[in-house]
Design a binder for this molecule. Sequence first.
Ligand SMILES: O=P(O)(O)OC[C@H]1O[C@H](O[C@H]2O[C@H](CO)[C@@H](O)[C@H](O)[C@H]2O)[C@H](O)[C@@H](O)[C@@H]1O
Ligand SMILES: O=c1ccn([C@@H]2O[C@H](COP(=O)(O)OP(=O)(O)O)[C@@H](O)[C@H]2O)c(=O)[nH]1
Length: 490
Amino acid sequence: MVDESYAFVVVSNRLPVDRVVDDDGTERWNQGPGGLVTALEPIMREADGAWVGWAGAPDLEHEPFDRDGIRIVPLTLSQDDIERYYEGFSNDTLWPLYHDVIAPPSYHRIWWDSYVSVNQRFANAVAGITAHGGTVWVQDYQLQLVPRMLRQLRPDLTIGFFNHIPFPAYGIFSQLPWRTQIVEGLMGADVIGFQRVADAGNFSRAVRRLLGYTTKSPYIDIPARGEHPSRRVVAKAFPISIDAQAFEQLARRPEVQARAAQIRQDLGNPTTIMLGVDRLDYTKGIGHRLKAYHELLGDGRLVAEDVMLVQVASPSRERVETYRQLRDEIELTVGRINGDFGVLGHEPVSYLHHGFPREEMAALYLAADVMLVTALRDGMNLVAKEYVAARFDDDGVLVLSEFTGASDELRQAVLINPHDIDGMKDAIVRAIEMPRPERRRRMRALRKRVRENDVAHWSREFLRTLARHSDGPSEGLGELEWTLERRPRS
Ligand SMILES: O=P(O)(O)OC[C@H]1O[C@H](O[C@H]2O[C@H](CO)[C@@H](O)[C@H](O)[C@H]2O)[C@H](O)[C@@H](O)[C@@H]1O
Ligand SMILES: O=c1ccn([C@@H]2O[C@H](COP(=O)(O)OP(=O)(O)O)[C@@H](O)[C@H]2O)c(=O)[nH]1
């Protein structure tokens, strides 16, 4: 590893590939489901890229390897690191705090210590493999200290950071005992990207309050200090998206369409199929959605034999107590609804506690008349964009929470406040009864938006901004700019 050096390095908590060991002991690395890898893959291949991240299992030590033209550099996390840095500080402190304290965050100094030391390990690993003058793109809330650590180790680098989850209002963020260190950590970057304009504004306010720097959107000016010259940082919204074209192509495949028809038939061909697809996470508003549905059945506004809700709840962070409790609550509620309104051979909720491959996701989207995205807070919500991309038939209705990043762009969805149960019930009925011309008009407008602002657009805009605002000449960015210019617009 010592001899390797890369002009463009992405670093994220998880690698873009998952390690799978077959029954015969053969090791395989499958591409993870995220859109990030699809977006960055072509750039990384052409710009001599490496990706640093955790391989997803405790104590797993693995040599770097090449995968589809990208150097994959796995980092080892011990069981203690996973418990304190990942499950603890990342997912039981920062996650609930940044999602507007929907669940109470836990503050433990021992978790913070682990967060600092794991961030330092990520920074050291990146510093060790990035070429002189290269570019590093740090991803997400698990690694907020890395930009500053990296700048201290390697002042020659250009550093970008993208936050995939919301950045909360100062009144909430200020609860964090280590708020100043986090903001200082992020300010090590040249460009800090957020999902929504409001997130960038919340961050700038935190910087003004905690560090006293002057901000004039999108700029934050750091005054000269000692031997450090003054610096200008950009904090701005770059809403992430999906590979819309690839998703549509997937949905158009004859076998995917046949699978969609099969799903409808297997569900007993109800008049209306509604769909929810979420990680089993308390931010996703699954309980609120089930409550609205339960009441609609109880009020007689929906008839159990005519309607079906398919709820995919993919397992997530199952060792964190709040997630365990949520699973119990959701499964109890599903049992109640099916007990109250099920008849032999038909249950109004089909609940699936598994993760599905992309092909099955596309078939589910095609089979669903109404897509329910009712998150209480969500950085973006790619599921909403995937549903729209899959609907090449210009049909289907998206019911979308105002509290998702996606709602800033997808204005022709039926927008809801998931805390307002009566409002959500009316929206669901409206979506089910919406006439075909209105469905088509809305879906066309949504699809245009998702096609234009796809994930390639997201990475291009971010990296161009980074190239323009880097301190000085940078080998990595010169090469990246060249690559970006050559990439076809989709
Ligand atoms: O890695 P995990 O702990 O298993 O969690 C999965 C990922 O969840 C989060 O996703 C966020 O990013 C999406 C893409 O930008 C966005 O649409 C969504 O709203 C966010 O919640 C998390 O930010 C990732 O780091 C996790 O890997
Ligand atoms: O069984 C599943 C459930 C979800 N997903 C994918 O996981 C991503 C979820 O992203 P989103 O932004 O909606 O939420 P997150 O889980 O990142 O908070 C989407 O690409 C989904 O297609 C999947 O591949 N299989």
